[in-house]
Ligand binder design. Sequence first.
Ligand code: 4AD
Ligand code: MG
Length: 477
Amino acid sequence: MHVFTVKQLLSTSGMNQEVTISGWVRTFRSNRFIALNDGSCLSSIQCVVDYENLDEEVLKKINTGAALKISGVLTASQGRGQAVEIQVNKLEVLGEADPDKYPIQPKKHSLEFLREKAHLRVRTNTFSAVMRISSALAFAIHQYFRNEGFFNMHAPLITGSDAEGAGEMFRVSTLDAKNPPLNEEGEVDFKEDFFGKEAHLTVSGQLEAETYAMGLGKVYTFGPTFRAENSNTSRHLAEFWMIEPEMAFYDLDGNMDLAEDFSQSIIRYVLENCEEDLLFLEKRLLDEEKTKPQNERSEMSLIEKLRFVVDNQFKRVSYTEAVDILRNSKPNKKKKFAFPIDEWGADLQSEHERYLVEKHFKCPVILFDYPANIKAFYMRLNDDEKTVRAMDVLFPGIGEIIGGSQREERLDVLQEKIKAVGIDEEELWWYLDLRRFGTAVHSGFGLGFERMLMFVTGMGNIRDAIPYPRFPQNAEF
Ligand code: 4AD
Ligand code: MG
C-alpha cells in the first residue's frame, strides 16, 4: 500500500479513498482525535478513532510523541480548521513515548529549554518550520548559481593555509599524545600535526575557490567552515556553513551587484515556496513582540521585512562616508555609542553596523572601501594605498551577513601585503602562482548560511538556526 505524507493528503481532492499514513502524535483529544504530524509540512492531519472498538492497551499508548501507522478513509472534515481527516480503520503503535519522560509536550517550550533537547526539538512546529525553510534556502542557493552559470566546487576542509590570516583555526592532529615529536625548544612540535605537516580545519574555502575561478570562470563553494574564536554571541558559531562564490573578471561593482541580486533571489524563493512555515513563524514573532514595550516593537512583520529587502535596492556607502555619518549621530538617549568612532581607521562594531542599517538608512547596506589594516591580506589595494576593495553587506537585525572583496591580482603588491602581515610566502606559493600565470581581476564573497536563515525565519539566536550548534563548551550530540 502506498504511504502518503500529510502534505499530500492535505492537498488531495481524492476523497473517500483508503489511505495509510505514518507519523508522530502531536495531541490526542477526547480519546477520539489524534493530530498526527510527519514533518512533511507544518500541519498535522486529524485522525478520528472509534475508541469503543479500540483495545484499551492500544489506547493507553497513544501519547504525544508516539509513532503510529494508521490506515483509514480520507473524508471531508466536519471540524473547523482542516479540510480533510482520516476515519481510522487500523492503528498500529510503532513506538511508544512515555508521557512522564518525553520532554516535548504540547505546550510552549522556551528556546533555551529546546536547545538542551537538540535531538528532539525538530518535532516542534517552530524547529520543523525553521528546518524546512533551511532546506528550501539551500536549494534556492544551488538553483540561483546554476541558473547564473556557476559551477559548484568542494573546497578542502583540512588545509595548510589560513585564508583569513586571523589565526582562528582548529588544529587537526594525528600526533601520538603520549609520545609527540618535540621541536628544538623541547616543546610539542605542532608543525608535525598532520602526519608530519601542519594542518587545520578551514576557516574559508576562498583561496581554493579563487584557483578554480581562474580556470572555470565562475564557481561557488557551499560547505562547513570552522572558527576557533571564543565568541559567545547570538551571531557566532564555531562551525557554520558558508557559501562562497568567486568570479574571474568581476570587479567590486560586479561583486556588489551579484551579492544584492543573489540575496534578494534566495529570499524571494523562500517567500514563494514556504508560505505556511513563514506565516507560522511570523505569528510566533508577533506574539513575542507583544511582550515588549510599545516603543521596542518591530515596525514590520517578518514577511513585510522579507518583502522589503526583496523589493528595495541596497544602499551602497563607503567606509569613509559611514564613519562621517556615525560621528555625527546621536544613537540613543545618552547620545553615544559604547565604542565611539573617533578616528578614521577603526573597525566598526556591531552597534555601528546596526545603527546604520536599522536607524539611519533603514534598509540593507553595502559598506565598501574599508581601511586596509582592518581587512584581510588578499583584498585589492586602492590607488589611495589606504583602503581596500572590500565590501560587507549588513542586514537589519543581523548586522554583517556577507563579507567579500575584489582580490589583489598584482603579484608584487600581494607579496608585499603577505610579508607585512607576517605570513611566510612559501606557505602560499600556489596562491601566488595565480598571479604569476594568467592573472586577472577577480572577486567573490562569503554568505553565512545560518545568518541568512536567521534573517528569513526571524530566529533571534544563531544557535536556533542550525541543527546542532557548536560554540564554546558545546559539542554534545
Ligand atoms: O567575513 P568573513 O570572515 O569572510 C570570509 O571568510 C571570506 N573568505 C569570504 C569570501 O570573500 N569568500 O565571513 C563571511 C560570512 C560573514 O559575513 C558571516 O555571515 C559568516 O560568514 N560568518 C559567521 N557565521 C557564523 N559564525 C561565525 N563565527 C561567522 N564568521 C563569519
Ligand atoms: Mg567579515
